[in-house]
Design a protein around this ligand. Structure first.
Ligand code: ZN
Length: 260
């Protein structure tokens, strides 16, 4: 199976989740199946069998469908070594490279703690695709529930080093609210102004705004741009003190987003 026949599609779940399906002909791999029902319906509709499940982290809206899918398909569940152990059958960890059952493309594991302590991302260099769960979002980043701001900052920095044409398959349609926050942090960023406009249009027409590319994120996502003067000044104005590092700026704007 060559990469030309491998396609990635979204199955909508709950109110704003994306469950990603990597298809290789009649076989499919699902990333973060929060809910089995729409996924089984999709697989039946496309006459596909499920060969593997990839889990990024333990939250229910990412693993809730695993058991329902396992009941129907003899698939392997890959997931983090540090969490979701109730559903993960094959643990993967930083720098692991493997071919999920049913695919001929290789996934590389990038550990990205912060949103949860054991969160991982799956990077497929041949597909130019990154499945990053709730870590990097289009125009934003995940809330810090279990890790520290420093961990999240370094996790995002790791993702920022991938090729700029990498497509970012995050797990939620949060782009519009993310960009509405971003523009308050970096109002003079022209690329951001334009992206906000085009995302407003897309959402008004009920169109998805995911995946984006890493290049777009580097140009407009404030959480990847904390080294920019305007963002640092926003953080300093909000706190009333000087930022001493990009990491500190990151922590401040992440906190601002929590109450936006
Ligand atoms: Zn989550």
């Amino acid at each position: 199976m060559n990469t030309n026949t491998c396609t990635i599609s979204a199955i909508n779940g709950f109110t704003d989740n994306y469950f990603w399906k990597i298809s290789a002909g009649s076989q499919a791999v699902i990333v973060d199946p929060g809910d089995a029902k729409p996924l089984i319906a999709d697989l039946i509709q496309h006459q596909q069998t499920l060969t593997a499940i990839l889990i990024t982290h333990h939250h229910a809206d990412h693993i809730g469908g695993v058991n329902g899918l396992k009941d129907k398909y003899p698939c392997i569940v890959y997931g983090p070594s540090k969490e979701a152990q109730n559903v993960v059958e094959h643990s993967v960890t930083e720098h692991d490279r493997f071919q999920p059952q049913g695919l001929s493309e290789t996934a590389e594991i990038i550990e990205v703690p912060g949103h949860t302590a054991g969160h991982i991302s799956y990077y497929f260099p041949q597909l130019k695709a990154l499945f990053c769960g709730d870590t990097l979002f289009a125009g934003g980043c995940g809330r810090i529930f279990e890790g520290t701001a420093a961990q999240m900052f370094h996790s995002l920095q790791k993702l920022a080093r991938l090729p700029v044409d990498t497509r970012v398959y995050c797990a939620h349609e949060y782009t519009l609210s993310n960009l509405r926050f971003a523009i308050t942090v970096e109002p003079h960023n022209k690329a951001l102004q334009q992206r906000l406009k085009s995302v407003e249009k897309a959402r008004a027409n009920n169109q998805p705004t995911v995946p984006s590319t890493l290049g777009e994120e580097l140009a407009t996502n404030p959480f990847l741009r904390v080294n920019q003067t305007e963002i640092r000044q926003t953080a300093e104005a909000a706190t009333g003190y000087m930022m001493h590092s990009d990491e500190e700026t990151f922590a401040v704007i992440r906190k601002m987003k929590d109450s936006f």
